[in-house]
Design a protein around this ligand. Structure first.
Ligand SMILES: Cc1ncc(COP(=O)(O)O)c(C=O)c1O
Length: 436
């Protein structure tokens, strides 16, 4: 940990907050060519600096061709497109599996792309949150993303249990971030009462990356199931879900994965559960043994692995956009994406701190995201004390697209596939003007 901090400091000391320096970094960036693979918004009628890939990723240009291909097949073949299209709709989702599995560090049998995120979390909890005897509680982070809070509360209620069966862990008084040691001791304290640990791998508000492998290990030691919502982690963090032994996870396709508003979600179910047909589940025909699906026999025979949690036939239009984006991830490679993420986020952090330092008297904000690259992804959360929304509004007016999260945070996320170091420099320029 100490070495990480020293390395991080060394990197920060090498940066300069100048346009020339940012342009030099861009010139050396091995992923720079991917910037033009995306449509950059123009709605401000000026150059937009887009920093909200953690909310909705930009549109890959090739998504238009993939979506059009499906539309044309539909026009040409009607229902027969399920089997006659170049990419038959019957098995369209299978085109996504291997690429999505690579992104989250999983085996193909452990991954399926289908439905939307909250739906998938519910479907997986129906199977894996099975309170019985003393083991009835769920552990999650305080102030989880609202949809997760509602999903977790309603799962507890669904089993007829009182609300206190959802146990929340919060940062210590006066702190913004969760401490791993506190999460682990809470898991140990709950012990045999703990049925499920279910947390956001990266917190949507602070950008903090949790120590997923250690949480999984300690959760398993007390006999609990361990799961993560990876909405802010998939396509952002270098994940190794299989090796970490996570039981299940789900993520959306529309943030770092750039796969259209409300686009399809991914789910992961560890291989150790792949052939367990006895797991209770809410079933639908697309999760049924595909060799016999059209025999319309009674009695549910699930597909092995994550595919056995599919309910409905695949939404291929949305999957077409996802396919376009997953191909870009494949071409760029998660290792390279991770390396650029760390350097570019560190550069943006340097720029923001430099501006805050230069404007000490007027400036009342601080970065609450961890400074250690091993504890964060591409997001930086600026806690705006006092200046609050005025700062955010000034950035928006200047064409810097960030987002505001109540009560007082501006989130900015440099996405390695399409943001440039120059974007980060200009964000700094506009931030400084906004402070004035
Ligand atoms: C952490 C987290 N969980 C759940 C959701 C809800 O996702 P969906 O609307 O796709 O179900 C979001 C959406 O932004 C999110 O960030």
């Amino acid at each position: 940990m100490v070495t990480d901090k020293i390395n991080n400091l060394k990197t920060l000391m090498l940066f300069q907050n100048t346009l020339e320096f940012a342009q030099q970094l861009d010139a050396k960036d091995p992923l720079a060519r991917f910037r033009t693979e995306f449509n950059h918004p123009t709605f401000h009628q000026k150059t937009v600096r887009y920093f909200t890939g953690n909310s909705l990723g930009l549109q890959p240009k090739r998504a238009v061709n993939y979506v059009n291909e499906v539309l044309q097949d539909w026009a040409k073949f009607g229902v027969e497109g399920h089997f006659l299209a170049d990419k038959p709709w019957f098995s369209y989702h299978e085109l996504l599996t291997e690429k999505a599995a690579k992104i989250v560090g999983a085996k193909p049998i452990e991954v399926v792309v289908t439905h939307s995120l909250t739906t998938n979390l519910h479907l997986l909890m129906v199977s894996f949150y099975r309170p019985s005897g003393k083991r009835t509680k769920i552990l999650c982070e305080a102030k989880a993303f609202p949809s997760d809070q509602y999903a977790l509360e309603s799962q507890v209620k669904f089993h007829g249990l009182p609300a206190d069966h959802l146990v929340e862990i919060a940062p210590r008084q006066g702190e913004n971030l969760l401490r791993t040691e506190d999460i682990l001791s809470k898991i140990e304290e709950l012990g045999e009462e703990l049925a499920l640990v279910m947390m956001g791998g990266v917190n949507y508000y602070t950008g903090q990356l949790l120590d997923m492998p250690t949480i999984t290990k300690v959760g398993h030691e007390v006999g609990a199931i361990v799961a993560f919502d990876l909405a802010h982690a998939a396509g952002n963090i270098n994940l190794h879900l299989h090796d970490w032994g996570v039981d299940f996870a789900a993520w959306c396709g529309y943030k770092y994965l750039n796969s259209s508003p409300g686009g399809v979600s991914g789910m992961f179910v560890h291989e150790r559960h792949a052939h367990n047909k006895d797991l209770p589940r809410f079933a639908g025909w697309w999760g049924y043994n595909k060799e016999k699906r059209f025999l319309m026999d009674p009695g549910f025979d699930p597909m092995p692995g994550a595919e056995g949690w599919q309910l409905s036939n695949a939404p291929v239009l949305s999957m077409a956009a996802h396919l376009a984006s997953l191909e870009i991830f494949d071409e760029a490679g998660m290792e390279n994406i991770g390396a650029k993420r760390d350097q570019m986020t560190a550069f943006l952090e340097f720029v923001i701190k430099d501006i805050s330092e230069r404007n000490k008297e007027k400036c009342t904000f601080e970065l609450i995201t961890p400074s250690n690259p091993h504890e964060r992804g591409a997001q930086l959360s600026i806690q705006a004390k006092g200046q609050g929304k005025a700062l955010f509004n000034a950035l928006s007016d200047a064409g810097v697209v960030a987002d505001w999260r109540e009560p007082n945070v501006i989130r900015v996320a440099p996405a390695p596939l399409y943001n440039s170091y120059e974007d980060c420099y200009w964000l700094g320029v506009e931030l400084e003007k906004a402070i004035q």
